[in-house]
Design a protein around this ligand. Structure first.
Ligand code: OAD
Length: 260
């Protein structure tokens, strides 16, 4: 039995599946992965300058401009077959928990709900000072392709600068969401790690924690990562190809099992 068939047979028996995604699940939607996003105009900047409170305070226009450029790309992008297959899997499994490191909204737009967002969202900015949510204007920001410096809007409540609603370097993950993610990881019997370099902790710890708790770990990534030696299955390839194959194989197996 090949690896993909073994994974599908594990999936048929699973009671609680966790799907843990990174930027690679959105790569086929033409959203650059985090480290790719520092291409072109942004390549000369240090990520910690663009994705940290200190960086924002020292140059708010640069940071807000970069995130508006990323938000525009997220809004112009469409969910791909990986997002759609993950959403569809939830309807044919006893329990599925989706945990993402991504800050785009493609999982939600493909029908997944709820989505445990460990690193926040491009689409929910808030005031840097009083944390009041900032209502973004409708529509797609009219950003030149490479992005530009842009002064952040001001908070309607206190007048402070509005910041992106993502977790920055040096900031903690949202506690309630992290707790839910850890609980799901502790109780799952099968975890998929899809499209992540497994480099950024504590998020990257989740697949290792699942393995320690006896779950089967499946990695989907065209490249090797630090998770390789721990994963039970390393499916080398694109999420947009592997996840639909897994979903369709599972559907066929379930149909055959329920046939008279
Ligand atoms: P990375 O850019 O570090 O890694 C993306 C991974 O996706 C790589 O391992 C690629 O090999 C893989 N990949 C690329 N295309 C793929 C495809 N079509 N199918 C499957 N895999 C593919 O992005 P993340 O691991 O998500 O934090 O980065 C984790 C965090 O680092 C991000 O959430 C970001 C950053 O700090 C915040 O933005 C808060």
């Amino acid at each position: 039995m090949d690896a993909l068939s073994s994974v599908v047979s594990r999936l048929q028996m699973a009671q609680h599946v966790v799907i843990f995604t990174g930027a690679g699940v959105s790569a086929e939607s033409a959203i650059p992965t985090f480290r790719d996003a520092l291409t072109g105009l942004w390549s000369r900047y240090d990520p910690s300058l663009l994705a940290s409170p200190e960086g924002f305070l020292s140059d708010p226009d640069l940071v807000w401009g970069w995130y508006e450029w990323r938000r525009r790309k997220s809004l112009l992008a469409a969910p791909n077959a990986a997002h759609r297959s993950i959403a569809a899997l939830a309807n044919c499994l006893p329990e599925l928990t989706l945990i993402t490191q991504n800050v785009d909204n493609l999982h939600e737009r493909s029908g997944s709900s709820p989505v445990l967002r460990l690193h926040g969202s491009l689409h929910h900015p808030r005031c840097f000072n009083c944390a009041t949510p900032y209502p973004l204007p409708e529509g797609i920001p009219d950003e030149p392709d490479g992005g530009r410096r842009l002064p952040p809007p001001r908070c309607g409540r206190c007048g402070g600068p509005v910041r992106p609603g993502v977790v920055w370097f040096g900031e903690s993950l949202p506690e309630p969401i992290w707790k839910q993610a850890e609980q799901a990881t502790d109780h799952c019997d099968l975890l998929f790690s899809i499209g992540t370099s497994s480099l950024v902790w504590p998020a990257a710890h989740l697949p290792f924690q699942a393995k320690q708790n006896g779950a089967t770990v499946v990695q989907v990534n065209p490249n090797a990562t630090t998770l390789d030696p721990v994963a039970d299955y390393n499916l080398r390839g694109l999420a947009g190809e592997i996840m639909p194959s897994i979903f369709h194989s599972l559907q066929s197996s379930l149909a055959a099992r329920s046939a008279p």
